[in-house]
Design a binder for this molecule. Structure first.
Ligand SMILES: Nc1ncnc2c1ncn2[C@@H]1O[C@H](COP(=O)(O)OP(=O)(O)OP(=O)(O)O)[C@@H](O)[C@H]1O
Ligand SMILES: [Mg+2]
Length: 271
């Protein structure tokens, strides 16, 4: 079974996509092969990896992949593209991009078995990757559940403020409660939590320090370090878009090193 990690939090803007994209970059820099699956109709991961949707040259996206996953095992292979960054990134990071009309799949939520469509579509597609990262929208609805049903592990981003921690707890509890029923035929095990990554940390903010103090009690050994600070370099790299190493400033290199450490933890998760 491939190592598939669904990245979520029931709170918007908690750094899910920043974590997905920069972990993919760090893994590529260490010569690992990564598949990024964009399950967010906002398609932020697709754009940041250099593959914005272009109406002049439409490509298959997770919208079509999930639809065809109703009955076609492995159909996601037809939608895999190299990321739009250069060099080692293009060689090591592949992407199944998203588009705004992925939202249309939500109407299938009530269809029996529909939650397994990404799992079916990815079957056999990512066997040769070291990690598949699935970026999710900030909800626990159908699109996130498609990601959960396809994944072996879940990673939660935690922005250390009240609502960010609350969203992380809901994500964790949802998996504990519904993970067993999301398990697909042939899956080796139920979805397991891989870890919690603290993101967008503003160390000078009392509210953040206060929330961070409480995190070990909530998440215990699953709390990863280092934490990801709030830094302009992360936003700049996302906006350009490029990798932190390519951006190349001192602060960007510092942040790339943070993601390199987190990538090691991702690879060290027991499978
Ligand atoms: N550590 C950071 N430092 C500075 N800016 C950051 C950091 N992490 C994320 N951002 C920026 O904050 C915004 C929200 O981050 P991001 O898009 O990664 O969150 P998200 O959880 O994926 O959001 P959504 O819920 O909309 O999918 C983006 O503009 C992103 O570039
Ligand atoms: Mg996002």
């Amino acid at each position: 079974m491939p190592y598939r990690v669904v990245i979520g939090n029931n709170k918007g803007g908690s750094g899910k996509t920043a974590t997905t994209v920069n972990l993919a970059a760090a893994l590529a820099e260490a010569s690992h092969r990564v598949l990024v699956v964009d399950m967010d109709p906002q398609a932020n991961a697709s754009r940041r990896l250099g593959r914005p949707f272009d109406p002049a040259e439409p490509v298959a996206t997770t919208a079509e992949v999930v639809k065809a996953g109703a009955d076609q095992e492995g159909v996601a292979a037809a939608a895999v593209v190299a990321c739009g960054w250069d060099g080692t990134y293009a060689e090591h990071i592949d992407l199944i991009p998203s588009r705004f009309d992925l939202e249309n799949r939500v109407s299938e939520a009530g269809v029996l078995g529909a939650v397994g469509r990404l799992y079916t579509a990815l079957s056999g597609v990512d066997d040769d990757y070291d990690v598949t990262l699935i970026d999710c929208p900030p909800s626990l609805g159908h699109l996130t559940q498609l990601g959960m049903a396809a994944a072996t592990h879940a990673l939660c981003t935690v922005e250390p403020e009240f609502d960010g921690v609350d969203g992380a707890v809901r994500f964790r509890d949802f998996i504990a409660k519904h993970g067993p029923s999301l398990r697909q035929p042939g899956a080796a095990a139920e979805l397991r939590m891989a870890g919690f990554v603290v993101t967008r940390v503003r160390s000078q903010m009392t509210a953040h320090s206060y929330q961070i103090e409480g995190l070990p009690d909530l998440f215990g050994d699953l709390l990863w370090s280092p934490q990801i600070p709030e830094r302009a370099a992360i936003k700049d790299a996302a906006d350009i878009p490029t990798s932190l190493r390519t951006l190349g400033t001192g602060p960007a290199r510092e942040m790339a090193a943070v993601f390199a450490e987190l990538a090691k933890q991702l690879l060290a998760v027991q499978r």
